[in-house]
Unconditional design. Structure first.
Length: 188
């Protein structure tokens, strides 16, 4: 990774479950040297469910936000519930305002495309100029590019490559003071 690394990086090339595991592992490694904000997805652990949406876990506080509405086994529709994702986004904004070095947001997906879910946390991170690590499914690439409206690095789902990116953008954020963030509903 060279000196021209973008402060926003998108991880692709593996399943969402694999990418979330990489994010959890790296966050655990980085927690002693970085102030982290953000959320990583966790599985709901329920058998025979069509949708993988489960929980978002705060990297700053450990709080767990439910993002699923259990419709029961065998129901062939997504049970994504945006209320928990909205609460998680608000918590991330609070953590960013308290000061952080890096934000990890589990993914940009269906809710964020519609301006919901973690969209406010994405906007706050980008507006604050903080390093951001996330994932975007190829199906959502065009929507992500329109939303982000900036250059970003695409990284493989490889912990070594992601850590090299993190080292390249280290020190970009202001460690000295809390941030004054724009309204979560404002566009970037």
């Amino acid at each position: 990774m060279d000196q021209f690394a973008q402060i926003v990086a998108v991880v692709q090339g593996a399943s969402n479950l694999e990418i979330q595991e990489i994010f959890r592992t790296l966050a655990a490694q980085w927690k002693d040297e970085l102030r982290l904000a953000g959320v990583v997805a966790e599985d709901h652990g329920l058998p025979d469910r069509f949708c993988q949406a489960g929980y978002l876990r705060s990297l700053a506080t450990g709080a767990r936000f439910s993002i699923f509405d259990d419709l029961g086994p065998g129901v062939a529709m997504c049970h994504l519930d945006g209320v928990g994702a909205e609460a998680a986004a608000a918590a991330v904004r609070t953590d960013i305002a308290s000061g952080c070095d890096l934000v990890i947001l589990s993914k940009f997906g269906k809710l964020e495309i519609d301006g919901n879910g973690l969209a406010g946390a994405f906007r706050a991170t980008i507006a604050a100029g903080l390093p951001l690590l996330t994932s975007v499914a190829p199906a959502h690439d065009v929507a992500w590019r329109q939303f982000a409206d900036r250059e970003f690095d695409i990284l493989p789902a490889d912990p070594v490559a992601i850590d090299l990116w993190r080292r390249a953008v280290a020190g970009h954020s202001d460690r000295s003071a809390p941030l004054n963030l724009p309204d979560a509903s404002a566009s970037p």
